[in-house]
Design a protein around this ligand. Structure first.
Ligand code: SAH
Ligand code: SF4
Length: 355
């Protein structure tokens, strides 16, 4: 069933406040005849107190609450559905104002939650193993649509402070939507924004080399690179972006990426039977990442029904890890959570059963 959204044409003339930084929110306030401190108060209500409407802004006069209601968008996303996996993973389906669908995934860890958010509806990168890639790109998300995923999910938690980690590993390629993603990250880590620790935020990229370099100059969050192969032939077969930015340029950008003390770059390596799990692959990978502050996440492929690629047998996966560890790498096997509700890596398409 397709979803039709009827949205208020006046909404298009309103300002989407969660997409503004602190200075812009003050400017918005003054352009509406308010003192700049009202802008700071509004931002505090939206990003710290997680207000759902201007009616909740109780320290502001009714006239200002009405002004905000009439001139600003406060809820750019709506939750259409949530699904809960048997392992506790929760998947949220959101509808954007123009009807596109995106997903976020909340993953329970021992003492906290990690939230995996989307940066685009669909993705243009076309990686052969990824269902999001099969859809193509619908559109970039705005900074406010990226922020709102965090706000809505945080508000739904009994203990919101337990949401500590944010990963940009949902739908889309974050560095292909650079400006909006950087703006959202800025508000996520700002003291007067959502105040997340930059150590707890990880951006994952398929390897857009110029933007990796730019990001190193612009913001301090963790970098994860979806590597998936250690030679150009295999990587270009799996990830078309490798033809534009082959491994030597990617690795050079990673080696130049500024890393704070004790921080490492995470390299994600999906293990695919007889494609990139051979002994020669392990050796090439060790050579490629030698002397780097690198951590390797091995992810057994989540197979999709229309593909003949499959994960390797468990003994092969363990062998792969074993040899990397012998080469002194930190290598962790990451079993994707939420497979029963299609919430695992590469399974996000915005299509929910019975919708
Ligand atoms: N576009 C970014 C972030 C989103 S993809 C990127 O590619 O890094 C998030 C992660 O899911 C990536 O590490 C990707 O390699 C992984 N992934 C995609 N499809 C997968 C699949 N079928 N099985 C396991 N992991 C997959
Ligand atoms: Fe896009 Fe990442 Fe999927 Fe590749 S793996 S198609 S870059 S979302």
């Amino acid at each position: 069933m397709s979803i039709q959204v009827c949205y208020d044409i006046f909404d298009r003339m309103k300002t989407d406040l969660k997409g503004l930084n602190a200075r812009e929110t003050e400017e918005w306030a003054t352009s509406h005849g308010l003192e700049p401190y009202r802008g700071r108060q509004i931002r505090h209500w939206l990003l710290t107190r997680l207000a759902n409407s201007s009616d909740e802004m109780t320290n502001m006069p009714k006239a200002i609450r009405a002004l905000v209601r009439e001139n600003a968008i406060i809820n750019p996303l709506r939750v259409v559905k949530t699904l809960v996996s048997e392992d506790g993973t929760r998947k949220y389906l959101f509808i954007l104002q123009d009807g596109h669908l995106i997903e976020s995934v909340l993953i329970p860890e021992r003492d906290h939650f990690t939230l995996c958010i989307s940066s685009q509806a669909g993705c243009a990168m076309g990686c052969s193993f990824c269902l999001t890639g099969k859809q193509g790109l619908k559109r970039d998300l705005s900074a406010s649509e990226i922020m709102e995923q965090v706000i809505v999910v945080k508000r739904s938690l009994e203990e919101p402070e337990r949401m500590r980690n944010i990963v940009l590993m949902g739908m889309g390629e974050p560095l292909a939507n650079y400006d909006a993603v950087m703006k959202a990250l800025g508000s996520l880590i700002a003291d007067d924004g959502m105040n997340f620790s930059h150590r707890k935020i990880t951006l994952s990229t398929c390897g857009l080399v110029p933007e990796i370099k730019r990001m190193g100059r612009d913001i301090t969050v963790n970098l994860a690179v979806s590597l998936n192969a250690a030679d150009d032939e295999t990587r270009s077969f799996l990830m078309p972006i490798n033809r534009k930015y082959p491994l030597n340029s990617l690795i050079e950008a990673c080696r130049g990426f500024p890393l704070p003390n004790r921080r490492m770059i995470t390299f994600e390596y999906i293990l695919i039977n007889k494609v990139n799990d051979r002994n020669q692959d392990i050796l090439k990978l060790s050579r490629l990442l030698s002397d780097m502050r690198a951590k390797i996440n091995l992810i057994p492929l989540n197979p999709s029904p229309d593909s003949d690629m499959s994960p390797p047998p468990m003994n092969r996966i363990l062998h792969f890890q074993d040899v990397l560890v012998k080469h002194h790498f930190t290598a962790i096997i990451r079993k994707s959570k939420g497979q029963d509700i299609l919430a695992a890596c590469g399974q996000l398409t915005g299509a929910f059963p019975d919708l």
